[in-house]
Ligand binder design. Structure first.
Ligand code: PGA
Length: 248
């Protein structure tokens, strides 16, 4: 059975003390045992997050990783730095990285390979832009972006979580309708099935991301092919994030 997952992408938002407050709120909160929860702080807050969440089942993931093993890459963080610090999961392919940091498919392929080779689990993000949806090209765009992972059939697919994030819904307050999300998620699962077989497709968690909040989480999570959410803004408040986890 694939897992239900609620993952928070904190992006570049919190000071050390604000992060501590949020983490303490999460540590004190309750959420269904069957839901796997993750938070994604900035690199500088990973250790603090692990410490404060140590007695909980909430896991800590990184927001990014460099593709090279080590060397002269000022300001970057390697897969080994993450794994040796006890981090097991990393977000890759987020639209903000694609857009603002020129992470194209060639680079993402290198990052995916490096992360999986290091034994990291990846939360691989993809999704169409507004003009692409207006032109009815969303399926083509998603299929193309997914090639980065679909072209890795030898990969350990138990270490791949997919996150469909339509760019027009990220941070905009505009959410895909539950029907739009379901339609796309079913399409994504069919692509995984075609390439990797029914068993892998059934077991792969596909998250929806883009303005998930307590008021809309439940109807989105009810869709049969939506296995949870990658949450930005609403993951910055313990109460909201916990309410989303409790929406299953
Ligand atoms: P949002 O961000 O929930 O603030 O729309 C989602 C994401 O970027 O992962």
């Amino acid at each position: 059975m694939r897992k239900n997952i609620v993952a928070g992408n904190w992006k570049m938002n919190l000071t050390h003390s604000a992060a501590a407050q949020l983490l303490e709120g999460l540590a004190a909160g309750s959420y269904p045992e069957a839901v796997r929860m993750l938070v994604g702080p900035s690199f500088i807050q990973l250790e603090q997050s692990q410490r404060i969440l140590a007695d909980t089942s909430i896991q800590v993931m990184a927001q990014n990783v460099h593709q090279a093993a080590k060397g002269a890459y000022t300001g970057e963080v390697s897969t080994e730095m993450l794994t040796s610090a006890g981090i097991q999961t990393v977000i890759l392919g987020h639209s903000e990285r694609r857009e603002m940091f020129q992470e194209d498919e060639a680079l993402l392929t290198q990052k995916v390979d490096a992360a999986l080779a290091a034994g990291l689990e990846i939360v691989f993000c993809f999704g169409e832009k507004l003009d692409e949806r207006k032109q009815g090209k969303q399926n083509d765009v998603v299929a193309q972006q997914l090639e980065v992972v679909l072209s890795r059939p030898q990969a350990d697919w138990s270490k791949i979580v997919l996150a469909y994030e339509p760019v027009w819904a990220i941070g905009t307050g505009e959410t895909a309708s539950p029907e739009q999300a379901q339609e796309m998620h079913a399409f994504i699962r069919s692509l995984v099935e075609q390439r990797l077989g029914a068993e892998v497709a059934e077991q792969t968690s596909i998250l929806y991301g883009g303005s998930v909040k307590p008021s809309n989480a439940s109807e989105i999570f009810q869709q049969p092919d939506v296995d949870g959410g990658l949450v930005g803004g609403a993951s910055l408040q313990a109460e909201d994030f916990l309410a989303i986890a409790n929406a299953f």
